[in-house]
Design a protein around this ligand. Structure first.
Ligand code: ZN
Length: 437
């Protein structure tokens, strides 16, 4: 019973600082959905966990999609008539529209304007833009700098390549006692942006590191993938593994100042949905549980009707609802060690409960068993109450979380009661119908 992931020895302040320094190390790398920036990111994570890297060739058909050409970039700039760089990729990799094709030309400001993107409402921030599936090029810049551009000719240079290559993703499988998997997925394709999604990437990596060191009931599969195309690729190539997923979480946007938000799986009543809601209720800060909707991160693919996996999404402020989202303001100061540490603690709480949550059968269901004879009735009233609730609802239909909810007692005391009853032979695990399946 106690051979579960518990996360009990974690110092959450220390982990928050460690997460933030790892984000700081990964922040400068120019990542994309393919290419060396993504690989380099995975290599950094390999210092923490034995991550396996997969390469899927350009042109591979994955359901309705095709793995795109591989993109790499060395440099990019725009120079004015005097030869002064007015936009410089070396200053921020957000300056280039991600996946821009190579370019070297001179053009008038009026022709350049159509290829420039700014945020007039936040004139000091650089927007983050991509053009993955349409071959194009462009630059992103501060609106303030845009307004300073004078009429005349500009030389544009983008030293990028778009070639036959591969899509990279990282995978870590940790085998548990049961052949049921928990999927933890995060997108790792964004360049210099911290909350979206270096927070999710680093949390998944350090959580995986801790799981490597502890006993596990479930098997865990951690995926570090490019958004959308990565999830589609993994699902297309791993339908057998997908069918083993009993619970799952997409991690994204977990370092910002807002409260924690959980978006339910498409099923809406999966065990993971109930466990996360239960843990968030206990956190006492402004947490929220949202219903499923088909827009969002990679839960879109995992929850597509042909898979319908019990995968929800854990974030803090939902993406798109904070102004810093997809801008240069999503930087190292937007994510804090405190919030990262809190998110880590929430994840540990979720997985340690998930590991212990189970359905049991009362082996003596006809009238109450004689607890006193077994030394179980001597203790105070509250724990007897927990014993009676567990006996009453252990009919193979209710798991410990249901019993905690219905009794109004803490999950911890319900779990402790189950351990004692198991020890006394009054409960047996319900093997046939595992939760979530
Ligand atoms: Zn994003």
């Amino acid at each position: 019973m106690d051979h579960h992931f518990t996360g009990r020895s974690t110092d959450h302040d220390a982990i928050g600082c460690e997460l933030h320094s790892l984000i700081e190390e990964l922040y400068p790398i120019c990542r994309s959905i393919t290419g060396d920036g993504f690989r380099k990111t995975m290599q950094v994570l390999q210092r923490y966990i034995p991550l396996e890297l997969h390469e899927v060739p350009t042109g591979t058909r994955v359901f309705d999609w095709t793995v795109p050409k591989e993109w790499n970039i060395k440099d990019a700039w725009v120079k004015d008539g005097e030869g002064v760089k007015v936009i410089d990729f070396q200053e921020s990799n957000l300056h280039v529209v991600n996946y821009s094709i190579p370019a070297h030309e001179t053009l008038k400001l009026e022709d350049l304007r159509g290829r420039l993107f700014t945020l007039p409402e936040h004139p000091e921030w650089i927007p983050y833009r991509t053009s993955y599936y349409t071959e194009n090029w462009g630059f992103c810049l501060r609106h303030d700098d845009y307004l300073r551009l004078e009429d005349g000719e500009y030389e544009v240079f983008i030293d990028s390549s778009l070639t036959e290559g591969s899509l990279t993703y990282g995978e870590l499988f940790l085998e548990g006692r049961e052949e049921s998997d928990v999927l933890v997925s995060c997108h790792a394709c964004h360049p210099s942006l911290c909350n979206d999604n270096l927070s999710g990437v680093t949390l998944a990596a350090l959580l995986a590191r801790q799981m490597c060191e502890e006993p596990r009931r479930y098997s865990y599969r951690f995926l570090f993938i490019p958004g959308t195309i990565g999830a589609i690729t993994w699902l297309a190539l791993n339908e057998d593994k997908a069918s083993r997923v009993r619970h799952g979480l997409v991690l994204a946007g977990l370092g910002d100042p807002g409260g924690i938000t959980y978006k339910k799986s498409r099923r809406g009543d999966a065990t993971i949905d109930r466990v996360v809601a239960h843990v968030l209720r206990g956190l006492g800060r402004d947490q929220a549980v949202l219903d499923f909707d088909p827009y969002g991160y990679d839960e879109r693919q995992y929850c597509s009707p042909g898979f319908d996996l019990p995968v929800g999404r854990l974030s803090r402020t939902p993406y798109g609802t904070y102004p810093e989202y997809h801008t240069s303001a999503d930087d190292l100061s937007f994510v804090s060690p405190t919030r990262l540490g809190e998110s880590y603690r929430a994840l540990v709480g979720i997985f340690s409960r998930l590991e212990r949550n189970q359905k049991y059968l009362n082996t003596n269901p006809r009238c109450e068993p004689q607890l006193g004879r077994r030394g179980l009735y001597s203790s105070a009233g509250k724990s007897v109450k927990a014993l009676l609730w567990v006996l009453s609802l252990s009919d193979g239909l209710h798991d410990l979380l249901d019993i905690a909810q219905r009794s109004g007692l803490e999950f911890e005391s319900i779990h402790e009661a189950a351990v004692r009853l198991l020890g006394a032979g009054l409960l047996s695990p319900e093997e046939g119908r595992q939760d979530g399946s």
